[in-house]
Design a protein around this ligand. Structure first.
Ligand SMILES: *Cc1c(COP(=O)(O)O)cnc(C)c1O
Length: 483
C-alpha cells in the first residue's frame, strides 16, 4: 500500500465521526440531516485534497480526529449561520450601497422590533374601527417636516419616480434637460424608468446648457409634465446653465403643466452649517412650488430603504389609486423605521446626534482623532510586533451617489505588514467572523474611523490577529475559515 492509499484508508467513516462527543453536541443544536451532509461533504473535500498532494506534502498533513472535528464544526456553523451578516465598514464611505446604505438609528430599534413581532394598526383606524391607510401613519409627519400638502411612501425612490410618471404622464411627453439624464448605480436610468412608466421622454437643451426657451419650444399638446432631476452623482462644470426650480415652476404654471422634481438624496436639514456643500433640501423644492417631489429614504435622510413622494394633494390622491402602488407598497417594518427616523428630525440637534448618517457626516476632528488613537493603541497591543501602524490624515466620501465632489477630511489607521501580501490580508479580514471591510492604498490597509462604531473598535484587532494567523498557516485546502 502506498502512502496515499494508507492515508485514504485511515480516514474515519461518517458513522465513526457521528459517535464523537463534539459531533454529538452538534446533533443537539442542528438537524441531523445537515450534520451528516456536512460530514459527507467535508470528507469528500478531504479525499480530493489528499489525492492532489505529493507524498512529501502528505507526510505533513494532519488527519487527527480533532482536525476533522474542527473542520466539520466550522462547516456546520457556516451552513447553518446567517448569510446576511453584519460587517465593519472601515472604508469611510458613509452611504455604502454595497454595505447596506444608511445605518438606522438605535432609537428606531424599539418601534421596529415591536411592530415586527406584534399585530399593529397598519391599515386599521382605531377611532372608527374601519379599514385605514398604511400611509396615514407617516403622512402628517412628512408634511410637517417638508411643508408639503400630502405625502406617500413606496419601496424606493426608483419606484417613486416610476409611480409619479405613470400617474401624471402616461402616454404623454415629459420634458427633461439633457444635462439631467442621470444614471444611478444599478439600473436606474432616467430614460429607462421613463419608458417603463409609459411616459415619453422629451430631451431638451444640451449636456451643459439648457435654457427656458428650450422647454418652451418643446411644449406641445401632448406634453404631460416638466421634470427636474437632481444630478446626484455627477456635476457638469464650466460653461453651464440649468433652470432653478422656481423658474421651471413658473413656466409650468404659465403653461398649465405639472412640474416634478426627483431630488435623489432627500436632505431635510441645511448641512452647510456643518461644513458640507449645498444640497437642495426637500423643503426648498416644496417651497419653490414643485407639484411633486420624490426622494430616497436611505440616502442622506438616514432612514430605511424607501421612496418618499410629497406634493399637491390631488396628485398624491391619484397616485394612491394607481395599481402600481399595490406593487410598490412598503411593508410595516419600513414604515415603523421611517416613522421613528422622521420623528428624530423634529429637533435638529437630536437628528444630528442620533441619526448615524448625519452624525458620521458631521463628526468632529477631535472625535475622529480619539477613535483613531484608540484603534491604533489596541492594534499596537495585539499585532504591533508583526505590523507597522500609523494614524494618518485621509479623506472619506459621502457615497450613495451623494455629494460626488466633496471629500471629508478624516482620520484613519494605516497598517502595513512587511513580508506579507496586503491583498491577502485584506481578503482574510473580509472572511473573519465579523468581516472587516477596509481599502488598500499604496501597499497599506487604510481603516477610516468615520464609519466605524465605537463598539466595533475592539473587534478590529481580533480580526487582524486571526487574519495574520491565517497568513502564516500552511493552506490545508479544506475547511471554511472561522465563519
Ligand atoms: C438614488 C437616486 C434614485 C434612486 O433612488 P433609490 O432609492 O435608490 O431607488 C433616483 N434618482 C436620483 C436622482 C437618485 O439620486
Amino acid at each position: 500500500m502506498n502512502i496515499k492509499q494508507q492515508v485514504l484508508s485511515s480516514i474515519s467513516s461518517v458513522d465513526e465521526l457521528l459517535k464523537l462527543d463534539e459531533i454529538q453536541k452538534l446533533l443537539f443544536a442542528y438537524p441531523r440531516s445537515i450534520v451528516v451532509e456536512c460530514i459527507r461533504a467535508y470528507l469528500k473535500d478531504y479525499r480530493k485534497h489528499v489525492l492532489s498532494l505529493s507524498d512529501e506534502e502528505l507526510m505533513q498533513l494532519s488527519s487527527t480526529e480533532q482536525f476533522f472535528v474542527e473542520g466539520i464544526t466550522s462547516k456546520v456553523h457556516h451552513t447553518m449561520g446567517n448569510k446576511l451578516i453584519n460587517v465593519i465598514n472601515a472604508t469611510g464611505v458613509v452611504l455604502h450601497t454595497n454595505l447596506g446604505r444608511a445605518v438606522l438609528s438605535k432609537k428606531v430599534k424599539e418601534s421596529l422590533w415591536s411592530i415586527a413581532c406584534g399585530y399593529s394598526n397598519l391599515e386599521f383606524e382605531l377611532e372608527t374601527g374601519s379599514r385605514g391607510s398604511r400611509y396615514s401613519h407617516v403622512e402628517e409627519l412628512i408634511c410637517q417636516l417638508t411643508g408639503a400638502e400630502a405625502a406617500m411612501v413606496v419601496n424606493n425612490n426608483a419606484a417613486a419616480v416610476m409611480l409619479v410618471l405613470s400617474t401624471m404622464a402616461k402616454d404623454k411627453e415629459v420634458i427633461v434637460s439633457r444635462g439631467q439624464l442621470v444614471e444611478i448605480g444599478g439600473s436606474f436610468r432616467v430614460p429607462d424608468v421613463m419608458s417603463q412608466s409609459g411616459a415619453v421622454l422629451k430631451e431638451v437643451g444640451t449636456t451643459n446648457k439648457t435654457h427656458l426657451w428650450d422647454y418652451e419650444n418643446a411644449v406641445n399638446e401632448n406634453t404631460g409634465a416638466l421634470m427636474k432631476v437632481h444630478t446626484s452623482n455627477y456635476r457638469i462644470l464650466g460653461f453651464t446653465k440649468e433652470l432653478e426650480s422656481e423658474e421651471l415652476v413658473e413656466l409650468g404654471n404659465r403653461l398649465g403643466l405639472p412640474v416634478i422634481e426627483d431630488l435623489g438624496s432627500g436632505v431635510l436639514l441645511d448641512l452647510q452649517k456643518y461644513g458640507l456643500p449645498y444640497e437642495p433640501t426637500v423643503q426648498s423644492a416644496v417651497k419653490a412650488g414643485m407639484d411633486v417631489v420624490t426622494f430616497s429614504g436611505d440616502k442622506m435622510l438616514g432612514g430605511p430603504q424607501g421612496g418618499i413622494i410629497v406634493g399637491k394633494k390631488r396628485y398624491i390622491s391619484q397616485m394612491r389609486k394607481n395599481p402600481l402602488t399595490r406593487a410598490f407598497r412598503i411593508d410595516k417594518l419600513t414604515l415603523a423605521a421611517l416613522e421613528a427616523t422622521l420623528k428624530l428630525y423634529l429637533d435638529e440637534d437630536t437628528a444630528i446626534k442620533e441619526i448615524p448618517v448625519l452624525h458620521m457626516l458631521t463628526i468632529g476632528k477631535e472625535e475622529l482623532n480619539k477613535k483613531a488613537k484608540k484603534l491604533y493603541n489596541k492594534l499596537l497591543n495585539k499585532i504591533g510586533d508583526q505590523c507597522s501602524l500609523a494614524v494618518i490624515d485621509e479623506l472619506s466620501e459621502v457615497g450613495g451617489g451623494s455629494m460626488p465632489m466633496h471629500k471629508l477630511p478624516t482620520k484613519a489607521v494605516a497598517v502595513s505588514a512587511p513580508g506579507l501580501s496586503i491583498d491577502r490580508l485584506e481578503e482574510a479580514l473580509r472572511s473573519y467572523r465579523t468581516p472587516v471591510i477596509a481599502r488598500i492604498s499604496k501597499d497599506r490597509l487604510i481603516l477610516d474611523l468615520r464609519t466605524v462604531f465605537e463598539e466595533e473598535i475592539e473587534l478590529i484587532p481580533e480580526a487582524f490577529q486571526w487574519a495574520l494567523h491565517r497568513q502564516n498557516m500552511p493552506m490545508t485546502g479544506v475547511g471554511e475559515g472561522e465563519h
